[in-house]
Design a protein around this ligand. Structure first.
Ligand code: UT7
Length: 447
């Protein structure tokens, strides 16, 4: 696997990312907390060691949108910075298929087999189903048979929320490898007659592998925030327990994204800068020391107003690719990260910030002391063949397990009882009949 580089840093930031807290403990805060007796705990760090993204092939340009709604290329470019977006035009392309493609690339970069994964966290607002979790379907497709899996709902901030959960699992010693995925097929919940939203969103997936390491650095600090009072400013109203899907909700378009764009814009410009400041402070970095910011790719004006104007971080340190993808929600930061690496914008030793905001309302930022080498490894024919074989084996294992489940379903649990599909009703399956009610004798007049 990819080895994280040990770089002798000038002024190491706080161990394990968080400054040692003694507040509220009643101890003298200048004194370190005594180490617990028993096993010796090694300091652990959470590093991103693999990355990958995948977008559908179909591209919809601003000119294409001019044919669908009352808009124009000039308006979209100047108000958002977006020129085109990828959409999952093929019904077989779903949040899972995009995620699996991105995840396989991330595992390949890290050279870690799926069997080593301890946890899969999938952030999405467009899950495959209400349940089961999209993460479980990804787990099955990857053959990650040792991994737990769950979905995370924090909209566009979800990927950074996921990184925070991954870091927590690793620093606690509960996981060695955590796969964090952001995947979206927003084109399926966009109202293609609403010009205020349909011009913004795109589909895609990005994934990173977070690994435990003793090398200082990695994800050093995280800031997560929420303000549910703004929940209705960006919402899909129907399909949940508040408004279950019905003919009425569908005919009134309540299953589509509804957005108060101006309110979200104002909120975003405020929280992006403050969340970035918080994580830089916690990691012990100044804004001048930041080498790369990968912001949520929603609107170029939000990035300009917050990261560039308020934080005074120069544009060449802020990676932007929304022109070609639009807003892919939770997938936007990992996709941008991958492209920043491809563009040579990230090197070991760099101080990196991810910052996002989204429905909820939520926001999230993290500061990373990046130590993983980013040079593209030459493709090893044998390794890639073996990897493909493991995915084939995962599909076979999944089919086998389904077959076994089917056999168990048709076999009787009680060996004495006849099989359920023999057409005969078993004694214990019979519905108890109520005692027959005696019909009153009818008189001749009643007929
Ligand atoms: O991940 C989080 C997802 N959400 C966001 O990031 C949304 C944040 N908000 C935004 O990005 C911006 O508010 C928008 C891009 C959605 C809208 O930009 P705006 O500068 O706030 O435009 P506006 O809503 O103030 O609309 C200005 C005008 C209006 O016309 P009038 O009332 O001035 O005559 C709109 O009807 O532009 C009109 N308009 C459009 N015109 C052409 C709105 N959408 C369009 C359109 N094409 N697509």
């Amino acid at each position: 696997m990819v080895e994280v580089k040990q770089i002798p840093p000038a002024g190491e930031p706080g161990t394990n990312g968080a400054a040692g807290h003694t507040k509220g403990s009643g101890q003298d805060e200048s004194q370190p907390i005594a180490a617990p007796s028993g096993p010796v705990y090694q300091p652990r760090y959470a590093h991103i060691v693999g990355w990958g993204y995948h977008v559908p092939a179909k591209v919809i340009t601003n000119q294409d949108l001019e044919q669908i709604v009352d808009t124009n290329d000039e308006w979209i470019r100047t108000r958002t910075g977006i020129a085109e977006r990828h959409v999952a035009a093929d019904p077989k392309e779903t949040s899972v298929t995009l995620a699996v493609a991105a995840a396989r690339k991330a595992l390949e970069v890290a050279d870690v087999p799926a069997s080593k994964l301890d946890l899969i966290i999938c952030s999405t607002t467009t899950p495959e189903y209400s349940f089961p979790a999209t993460a479980c379907l990804i787990q099955d497709a990857l053959g990650a048979h040792n991994a737990g899996a769950f979905d995370l709902s924090a909209a566009c901030s979800g990927f950074v929320y996921g990184l925070s959960m991954a870091r927590g699992q690793i620093l606690a010693g509960d996981a060695e490898y955590v796969l964090v995925i952001g995947t979206e097929t927003l084109s399926r919940i966009v109202d293609w007659t609403d010009r205020e939203t349909c011009i913004l969103f795109g589909d895609g997936a990005g994934a990173v592998l977070v690994a435990a390491s003793e090398v200082p650095g990695g994800i050093l600090a995280v800031d997560l925030g929420s303000d549910g009072s703004g929940g209705d400013t960006l919402i899909v109203p129907a399909g949940g327990s508040a408004m279950p899907t019905s003919l009425e909700t569908v005919s009134s378009g309540m299953h589509y994204i509804k957005m108060d764009g101006k309110a979200v814009f104002r909120f975003a410009t405020r929280v992006m800068a403050s969340a970035t400041r918080k994580v830089l402070d916690r990691a012990g970095f100044t804004t001048d020391e930041v080498d790369l910011v990968v912001p949520h790719q929603a609107n170029i004006r939000i990035i300009q107003n917050s990261v560039l104007n308020q934080l005074k971080i120069p544009a060449d340190k802020v990676f932007v690719n929304l022109e070609r993808y639009g807003n892919t929600s939770t997938a936007s930061i990992p996709i941008a990260l991958c492209e920043a690496i491809e563009a040579g914008k990230l090197k070991p030793g760099y101080k990196v910030v991810f910052v996002g905001f989204g429905a909820g309302l939520t926001w999230a930022a993290c500061a990373i002391d990046w130590r993983t080498p980013v040079e593209k490894q030459s493709t090893d024919w044998w390794k890639s063949t073996r990897r493909q074989a493991t995915y084939g084996a995962a599909a076979a294992r999944s089919m086998w397990k389904r077959a076994v489940r089917w056999v168990y379903d048709v076999l009787p649990t009680d060996p004495e009882a006849p099989a359920r599909d023999d057409g005969k009703e078993r004694e214990k399956d019979k519905i108890p009949q109520e005692a027959p009610v005696k019909e009153p004798a009818r008189s001749k007049e009643q007929g």
